[in-house]
Design a protein around this ligand. Structure first.
Ligand code: NAD
Ligand code: AHE
Ligand code: ZN
Length: 369
């Protein structure tokens, strides 16, 4: 079938809206009509050419919501008409990872997903007869996309897809990093570096966990208002200090924080986030995604003396098992998604959504097809 899509023809080029061909779903695959998508910083990261897994031309996008249009042979968990959220972290329930009880990472389709292909090694997208790569197993920047059944979760029919699409990445990641990865306890002192959707969701998660102090750190003071609304208690702008920001945080907190979260993708700030943790027990979680060739550094003594460095993908959330409940949590008022939506645009204006994110003016822009 024909579909409107925003194609990334090459790194650092604006996306081009073109009419592509989308094949029927094959065995264990599902074709979804995407109604809404937003733009996450990871889409911008891959478009920048910094992603070691970035391939072009590709259809990016991984925060979306839609309706099942058709299913391939063997698909049992969804049917045409079901409301769904695509998942870049698949959940097959059968692989070594899924069965480990230790991680939300799933190995069932990760290898082909990282190559921008379906498991049979081909693409379901083409433009003028030439294949176009998939992205993160989701490719929500196409009106019709094809995903593996394991990359899809059915949600409540009554959930507003223009809001709950945000659970496809950013908000779930921040909330989950606090709850599942750090397992923050009541009364904790925490620092969040970077107040985009991921950092703000971490702040919201910390508030839900009854953290005593939530220090919000960003070089853009325009982010304070939402951080405060989410529950932040202290605000730090690193550009106002001429010494390492970890020293400032350590001083503010009588020795350091219990937990920190890096939500930027800057390896120098990852170091600051670790080193602002309290000696003996402080834990730092890396959420930000850093470009090819970037590496983290610290003195091993930081870890010898009890600080812990962790990372989190999709907040440790198993999407097919847990997302339906998070959707209900939103509908019951237990998760705030609306505050993240700073802009709403027509899908054709998708490049403007990228501009708003780069300029730090938006948290999330909802694009309507
Ligand atoms: P964003 O661009 O909306 O937010 C980043 C924030 O960091 C901005 O507010 C910016 O002002 C701030 N910032 C930039 N440099 C800074 C500095 N030196 N010190 C303090 N603040 C600084 O991005 P986002 O969509 O919230 O994504 C944040 C990061 O999380 C990205 O790297 C993204 O790729 C990554 N991410 C990871 C996961 C995961 O599963 N681990 C999921 C989603 C996004
Ligand atoms: N492709 C990159 C890594 C990108 C990355 O770390 N992705 C995060 C999700 S970001 C969502 O906005 C993730 O979940 N990673 C785990 C995984 O299996 O992809 C690279 O460096 O190669
Ligand atoms: Zn994302």
């Amino acid at each position: 079938m024909k579909s409107r899509a925003a194609v990334a023809f090459g790194p650092n080029q604006p996306l081009e809206i073109v009419e592509i061909d989308v094949e029927d779903p094959k065995e264990n695959e599902v074709r979804v009509k995407i109604l809404y998508t937003s733009v996450c910083h990871t889409d911008a990261f891959t478009l920048s050419g910094e992603d070691p897994e970035g391939v072009f031309p590709a259809i990016l996008g991984h925060e979306g919501g839609g309706i099942v249009e058709s299913i391939g042979k063997g698909v049992t968990s969804v049917k045409p008409g079901d409301h769904v959220i695509p998942l870049y972290t698949a959940e097959c329930g059968k692989c070594k990872f899924c069965l480990s009880g230790k991680t939300n990472l799933c190995s069932s389709v990760r290898e082909s997903q990282g190559k921008g292909l379906m498991p049979d090694g081909t693409s379901r997208f083409s433009y003028q007869g030439e294949p176009i790569y998939h992205y993160m197993g989701t490719s929500t920047f196409s009106e019709y996309t094809v995903v593996n059944e394991v990359n899809l979760v059915k949600i409540d029919d009554d959930a507003p897809l223009d809001k709950v699409c945000l659970l496809g990445c950013g908000v779930t990641t921040g909330l989950g990093a606090v709850k599942n990865t750090a397992k923050v306890e009541e009364g904790a002192v925490a620092a969040v570096f970077g107040l985009g959707a991921i950092g703000l969701a971490a702040v919201q998660g910390l508030k839900k966990a009854n953290a005593k102090r939530i220090i919000a750190i960003d070089i853009n003071p325009g982010k304070w208002e939402l951080a405060k609304k989410m529950g932040a208690t202290d605000f730090v702008n690193p550009t106002e200090y001429d010494r390492p920001i970890q020293d400032v945080i350590v001083e503010m907190t009588d020795g350091g924080v219990d937990y920190s979260f890096e939500c930027i993708g800057n390896v120098d700030i990852m170091r600051s986030a670790l080193e602002c943790c309290h000696k003996g027990w402080g834990e730092s979680v890396i959420l930000g995604v850093a470009g090819a060739g970037k590496e983290i550094q610290t003195r091993p003594f930081q870890l010898v003396t009890g600080r812990v460095w962790r990372g989190s993908a999709f907040g440790g959330v198993k999407g097919r098992t847990e997302l339906p409940g998070m959707v209900l949590d939103y509908m019951n008022g237990d998760i705030d998604l609306d505050s993240f939506i700073t802009h709403e645009l027509d899908f054709k204006d998708i490049n403007e959504a990228f501009d708003l994110l780069h300029k730090g003016e938006s948290i999330r822009t909802i694009l309507t097809y």
